[in-house]
Design a protein around this ligand. Structure first.
Ligand SMILES: O=C(O)C1=C[C@@H](OP(=O)(O)O)[C@@H](O)[C@H](O)C1
Ligand SMILES: C=C(OP(=O)(O)O)C(=O)O
Length: 438
């Protein structure tokens, strides 16, 4: 759905020629929403430069503002934000379909003086949440409910302490607990038990950003305890956050080069990063593309023959829809593994991807922990997005090579990349520099 609530059908443009474009991406959702939480609990005002403005980040801004934080955008630039902390009070939070809002805000809301009610989109109500709410209860919070909608009965402080959780369903349980924990009386020690935690780079991102703001954090690597992350109580330093471009959102554009024998350049690609999107370089190279990162510009050139891939995406599950679209257009079989937890993303992504690939004549089957995709000619038809921004962009990739693919709800890309269609059209309109703005 688009921001104004309309469902918008969109015929994905087929590439008449190899794409040749430079695409500048807006800021990272994950870094922006972490910066907003950390800045809200800091000991003074912080600045965020290059913030993503999208449904997920605007929901985060609204949530924090509702609880008392002052967040203002620069007059001439919506992506520059000033965040001024204030005592937190009760309110009502709309999580939309944003995992980062529904998992990162409740720990902060436990510090509010008053009730904070949470709700979200219908699909958000079935996303896993009880793990983090149970953890908050175990460290002193009073909460009515165990999924959306629920109410946090804030008392102005939270004890904190040690808690054991099974975070195999989402890394966001660990990140959410850590992000606000410096403001808990005893900080927090999160001990994970269960199958491996997915999306570890996102936990690394949390740790790195907390440390940048002066928070003391122990990890399994630095603290000595396997599967335990510890955040010590203490002040959070006001910080100037410079947000990297969203590398996961870059992947459909890079895929466009890979499937059209074209060339796409993405400037401002970080030399080192905790964003999982960086792994697209390895994936595209394995599929046969030429990948080069020089002077901050990532260039991908598509191969004559796109190879299938056997890849464990457990750490970088966010990339699955893009990789599945690539695999559906590849010459050989692909196996995408390690991603059972994607059944709890915006939609059940394993079911959604296999259904949509098969609907267009492709060969895809769900496995216990992923998808197997075999080469088959695809035909025109409707590609359903299931209110999932990355399903929508996966349909756009397929449509580059299969004329007549209609994405039923391209507006859902506004979750993290408003203006996606404009940017996609600009990429296709030849070798030009295209930018999506605020
Ligand atoms: O912490 C984050 O910013 C995210 C963590 C990951 O969640 P899961 O661990 O639930 O996959 C990722 O898929 C999501 O898009 C963003
Ligand atoms: C899983 C995703 O989002 P969320 O932050 O809502 O979990 C995603 O963006 O791929």
């Amino acid at each position: 759905m688009s921001e104004d609530g309309r469902v918008s059908n969109w015929t994905a443009p087929a590439a008449a020629a190899p794409v040749d474009a430079t695409v500048t991406l807006p800021g990272s959702k994950s870094i922006t929403n972490r910066a907003l939480i950390i800045a809200s609990l800091a000991s003074g005002p912080s600045t965020i430069v290059g913030a993503l403005r999208s449904r997920d980040t605007d929901l985060m801004i609204d949530a924090l503002t509702t609880l008392g934080i002052e967040i203002t955008a620069a007059d001439d630039d919506r992506t520059t934000l000033r965040v001024t902390p204030a005592p937190l009070h009760g309110g009502s939070v709309d999580c939309g379909l944003a995992g980062t809002v529904m998992r990162f805000v409740p720990p902060l809301a436990a510090l509010a003086d008053g009730d904070v009610s949470f709700d979200g989109d219908e699909q958000a109500r079935i996303r896993p949440l009880d793990t983090i709410l149970d953890a908050l209860r175990a460290v002193g919070a009073e909460i009515a409910g165990s999924a959306l909608p629920f109410t946090m009965r804030g008392t102005g402080s939270l004890r904190g302490g040690s808690v054991e959780i099974d975070a195999s369903g989402s890394s966001q349980f660990v990140s959410g607990l850590m992000l606000s924990a410096a403001a808990f009386d005893e900080g927090i020690a999160v001990h994970h038990v269960g199958k491996p935690v997915p999306s570890m780079p996102h936990i690394d991102m949390t740790v790195e950003m907390l440390r940048r703001a002066g928070v003391r954090v122990d990890t399994p690597e630095t603290g000595g305890d396997a599967n335990t992350w510890r955040v010590y109580p203490g002040p959070i330093t006001p910080t100037e956050w410079i947000i990297e471009p969203d590398l996961s959102n870059a992947t459909p554009f890079l895929a466009a080069a890979a499937v059209t024998r074209g060339r796409v350049r993405v400037p401002n690609w970080p030399q080192s990063t905790t964003q999982p999107g960086d792994v697209i370089r390895e994936i595209l190279a394995l599929m046969g593309a030429r990948v080069d990162l020089t002077a901050g510009i990532l260039t991908v050139e598509g191969p004559d023959t796109l190879r299938g891939i056997d890849f464990d995406l457990h750490d970088v599950g966010e990339l699955t829809p893009t990789v599945a679209a690539l695999a559906a257009l590849a010459e050989g079989p692909s196996i995408l593994r390690g991603i059972a937890h994607l059944r709890g993303h915006e939609t059940d992504r394993l079911a959604a991807l296999t259904t949509e690939i098969v609907r267009l004549g492709g060969r895809a089957v769900e496995t216990d922990d992923g998808i197997r995709i075999d080469p088959a000619p695809l035909r025109s038809g409707t590609w359903r997005a299931y209110a999932d921004h990355r399903m929508a962009t996966a349909g756009a990739i397929v449509g580059l090579r299969v004329p007549g693919v209609e994405v039923d709800d391209i507006g859902t890309t506004a979750k993290t990349l408003p203006g996606f269609e404009k940017l996609w059209d600009a990429m296709l309109s030849t070798s030009i520099t295209s930018e999506v703005g605020s």
